[in-house]
Structure formats: C-alpha cells, structure tokens
Design a protein around this ligand. Structure first.
Ligand SMILES: Cc1cc2nc3c(=O)[nH]c(=O)nc-3n(C[C@H](O)[C@H](O)[C@H](O)COP(=O)(O)O)c2cc1C
Length: 313
C-alpha cells in the first residue's frame, strides 16, 4: 500500500528522472511554488512545472488575456514572469524549503537566451528543465524555434551542451508534421518530450443592443478539455518515432484521460487548464490511480501502465 506504488521513473538514453507520482502541474497554470498548497494534498503532487521563465523579467501582453470557450479557454498571457534572477533568489528557496519537486520551464527569444538560461540553471543544480519552443503568444522566438526540425535540433544541441540535468523539450501542435521535430529533439540529446502546448485559437463574443453589434475577441492559445483528442493524436505520433519518454498534456481532468494518454504512449502527464476549475485535480487523480491499483491488484503504476499498453481493440 502507499504512495510509493505511484513512483514513476522517466528513463532516457543517459539519464532518469524520478517522480513521486505520474501527475504534474503544467507550466503557466500552477504558479512558481507554494501558491497551491492550501488546495492540494502535497504528498500526492508528482511535481510542478513552473511558469515559463525568461532571462529578463517580462510583463506579458496588455489587454484581455483570458477568454472562456466551450470546454476550454484561450490565453494570451505573453510569458509574464519574474525573470531567472528573481526566480533563483526568491522562488527557488521556497521550493527547496517545502521540498516541492519541480521542473523549471524556460523560454527565450534567441539561441543565446536559451544557452545563457541553460548555463544558469546548470550552475544552480536544477535537476530538470522543460524547454518551451512552442508558445504561440509572443512575437519573437519560442514557437519559431519549434517549427523547423533543423533549427530545433541545433537549439536543443546547444542547450544540451550547457545543461547536464534531465532535459525535456515541449512541442507545439501548431505544425503540419510533428514527427521530424520529435526526432530532432531526440537526436540532439534531449531526455524527454512533453506535448502539447496550446493550439492557435480565436474567441469572439458579440453583443447586440438593438442598434449595433459590439465585439470582444481574444486570439491566443487554446487549451482545456476541448483539445484532448488533438493531444492524443500528437502524443501517439511522437511516440511512433522516438524511444525517449513522453509527458502528455491537453485537457486532462480525470483518471480515464490519464489511461487514454498512457495508451497513446505517454509515460506521465500534466494537468493545465483543469487546475483553474479544480485546484486539487492533480492530487485527486493521483489518489484515484492509487485506489485503482490497489483495488485491482496491480503491483504498481509501472505494472498498470504495461497492462494498459497491451489493451486490445
Ligand atoms: C494561462 C496559461 C498559461 C500558460 N503558460 C505557459 C508557459 O508559460 N509555458 C508553457 O510551456 N506552457 C504554458 N501554457 C500551456 C500549458 O502548460 C499546456 O501545455 C496547455 O495549456 C495544454 O494543457 P491543458 O489543456 O491541460 O491546459 C499555459 C497555459 C495556460 C492556460
């Protein structure tokens, strides 16, 4: 019995990352450190992927940043964050003190940005990073690097040269074929791929006052339950060409979703948009998986995963 049955080991060609449970909080939806501790059973928190951190502090986009749509949301936050220096000074000590497992999400506008960030996080012994090359809400860098396999391979290779820890690269669904990008990431020496980031989306709300229409609209990244089938498709596409672990994201809100992503090839998952409606979803799902394992006499999560993968159609 116990939480140790949920232990998940992400094993790449050269490194491993041990997670307490296979359910993590997704970048941008779970703060930097202890913002969520009143809502969640910390024992059942597999870890947190921090808000995307850039070299310099960013204020993000002006105007409306969030738009609710059917079964999801559109955001154009624009990578607002405190910058790496303040993260290390103010946020990192809290994460360490509270013993919260975390993965640092980084983003940049140039190769140099990513290289400098990689060096800084390496010097600070941060054991896992997730590289965002897939944000659709900023004007320069980021998604541009995640669209072209050659550029992406070169970028990941440069990060790899400067960072010895567990290197995860987060891919975008806003591409025509994700397979060459996944292969490029693996070839460059990354340990793991996470997918998906948000999809391009446009939300429009019209009002008619009897005389004229008024309009509110937000163009940005679409996330939440509505993107789950797209995420399942991309995870299976990625897994068809790489043998490093894959962390899935996209509309996950319950235990069945986790099983479906495992079946598509995922080794662990992150919940994003769902955290806004149910801030304890991460620990709820982990506890549900533990109960399922015990009730059905699986040895542990690894055993359950292997049985799900054998599912017959
Ligand atoms: C408000 C908001 C902010 C986000 N910020 C980031 C970010 O800083 N870095 C990143 O890699 N992804 C970011 N994402 C994308 C999520 O981590 C996740 O990939 C995406 O929302 C899909 O998962 P979901 O459907 O469970 O939300 C953000 C998503 C939302 C909704």
């Amino acid at each position: 019995m116990g939480i140790e049955k949920l232990k998940t080991v992400l094993k790449s060609h050269n490194r491993s990352l041990v997670l307490k449970t296979p359910i993590l909080g997704a970048s941008g939806t779970y703060g930097y450190n202890n913002e969520f501790e009143d809502f969640i059973n910390l024992e059942y928190l597999g870890g947190v992927v921090t808000k995307g951190i850039t070299l310099e502090k960013r204020l993000g986009n002006k105007g409306d940043r969030i738009f609710e749509v059917t079964s999801g949301m559109i955001n154009r936050i624009g990578l607002e964050n405190v910058g790496i220096e303040r993260f290390i000074k103010e946020k990192l000590p809290v994460l360490k003190e509270k013993k919260i497992d975390f993965i640092l999400n980084i983003a940049g506008s140039s190769f140099e940005d990513y290289e400098k960030l990689a060096k800084i996080v390496n010097d600070n012994n941060i054991k896992a990073i997730e590289v965002n090359v897939s944000c659709p809400n900023v004007n320069s860098g980021c998604l541009e690097f995640g669209k072209n396999p050659k550029t992406l391979e070169e970028l990941v290779f440069k990060i790899r040269k400067n960072y010895d820890g567990f290197l995860i690269v987060k891919l975008s669904p806003n591409v025509s074929d994700i397979k060459p990008l996944a292969l490029a990431v693996q070839n460059a020496g990354a340990d793991c791929i996470s997918a998906i980031n948000t999809l391009h989306g446009l939300g429009i709300k019209l009002n008619y006052n009897g005389e004229v229409f008024t309009k509110k609209s937000v163009q940005g990244g679409l996330s939440g339950r509505c993107i789950k089938p797209v995420a399942l498709y991309y995870v299976s596409q990625i897994k068809s060409v790489v043998d490093i672990p894959v962390i899935a994201l996209g509309g996950i809100s319950k235990i069945d979703d986790v099983f479906e992503f495992i079946s598509a090839g995922a080794d662990a998952v992150q919940t994003g948009t769902e955290n806004f409606t149910n801030p304890s979803v991460i620990s709820d799902i982990a506890a549900d998986i533990e109960e399922f394992i015990n009730k059905n006499n699986f040895k542990d999560f690894e055993d359950l995963k292997s049985k799900i993968r054998l599912a017959r159609g």
